[in-house]
Ligand binder design. Structure first.
Ligand SMILES: C[S@@+](CC[C@H](N)C(=O)[O-])C[C@H]1O[C@@H](n2cnc3c(N)ncnc32)[C@H](O)[C@@H]1O
Length: 243
C-alpha cells in the first residue's frame, strides 16, 4: 500500500521521529484516535482502517474534509493550480489578507478556503501557522520563487485513503473528540507542548495553557483506566501533579 504523508508542514510535526513513535504503537487495536491531528504524520504512517481525527484548527480540518469529498477535491486542486501559477509576493499577500474581511471570508466556498490554507502553508515563512487575536493569518511571505502545493501524488493518495476507509473528521475540543473512545481503541495525543518558559504554543486563537495540560493529563488517565491504549508526546516540564 502506498502511504500518504502530511500535506502541510506543521509545528510539532512528527515525521522526523516516526520510527521511534511506531515502537510504542500496540500491535492490534480497534479504532485509532488522534485528537490533535495537525499534519497527521502518524495517521498516514499507520493508515488505520477506522479512525477519528480531530483538531481545533477549523481551517486545517476543512482541508481534510475537502480532500475526502471527491467533488470538492477536484475544485480544490484546480484552485491550487491557479495559486501555483499566480504565485508571487504580491499574490501571497492578496490571498493571505482574504481573512481580514470576515463577512466575505465566511462566504468563501470550502474548497477555496482549503486551497488557501495549503497554498499559504507552502508559500509562507517556514510553514508556520500563526493567527493574531482577530484570527487573521499573519505569517510573512516565505520568499520562495516557486511553490509545490501537490507534492506529486500525495494529495491523491490521501484522498484515496480518506475515502476507502472509515475516517471520521472532527473539529472540536480534544476531550469532546474522545467521548466515544472504548476499551481496545488506541489514542495518540500530540498536544501543543507544555512549557516552563514561553515557547511557541499558540496554534489557535485560544492557545493551550497549564489548565489545558492538566485537563489533558486527567483525560489520558481516565482513558487508560477504561482499557484504551494511550500514547502522548510532550515536553518534560516541571508541572506539579494536582489531580
Ligand atoms: C503538536 S500539534 C500536532 C502535530 C501533529 N501530530 C503532526 O504530526 O503534525 C498540536 C495541535 O493541537 C491543536 N489544538 C490546540 N488546542 C486544541 C484543543 N483544545 N483541542 C484539539 N486540538 C487542539 C493545534 O491546532 C495543533 O494542530
Amino acid at each position: 500500500m502506498i502511504k500518504g504523508k502530511p500535506f502541510v508542514k506543521w509545528a510539532g510535526g512528527k515525521r522526523q521521529i516516526i520510527d521511534k513513535l511506531k515502537k510504542y504503537v500496540p500491535e492490534e487495536f480497534n479504532t485509532y484516535y488522534e485528537p490533535f491531528i495537525g499534519g497527521g504524520a502518524l495517521l498516514f504512517e499507520l493508515s488505520p482502517k477506522k479512525a477519528v481525527i480531530n483538531d481545533y484548527n477549523k481551517e486545517l480540518m476543512n482541508v481534510y474534509e475537502c480532500i475526502k469529498d471527491s467533488k470538492k477535491f477536484d475544485l480544490m486542486c484546480r484552485e491550487l493550480n491557479h495559486h501555483e501559477t499566480e504565485h508571487s509576493e504580491e499574490y501571497y499577500y492578496e490571498i493571505r489578507n482574504l481573512d481580514r474581511d470576515k463577512k466575505k471570508f465566511n462566504k468563501l466556498a470550502d474548497y477555496k478556503r482549503a486551497a488557501r490554507t495549503i497554498y499559504l502553508n507552502k508559500a509562507c515563512f517556514n510553514g508556520l501557522y500563526r493567527v493574531n487575536s482577530k484570527n487573521e493569518f499573519n505569517v510573512p511571505f516565505g520568499k520562495k520563487t516557486k511553490v509545490n502545493t501537490y507534492e506529486g501524488q500525495n494529495l491523491g493518495i490521501i484522498c484515496g485513503y480518506l475515502n476507502y476507509n472509515d475516517i471520521k473528521i472532527l473539529s472540536v475540543d480534544f476531550e469532546e473528540a474522545l467521548k466515544d473512545a472504548k476499551k481496545g481503541d488506541f489514542i495518540y495525543f500530540d498536544p501543543p507542548y507544555d512549557s516552563d518558559t514561553s515557547t511557541f504554543n499558540s496554534y489557535t486563537e485560544d492557545g493551550f495553557g497549564k489548565e489545558e495540560q492538566k485537563r489533558l493529563a486527567k483525560v489520558f488517565k481516565e482513558l487508560s483506566d477504561k482499557g484504551c491504549y494511550v500514547m502522548l508526546s510532550n515536553h518534560n516540564t516541571t508541572i506539579k501533579k494536582t489531580f
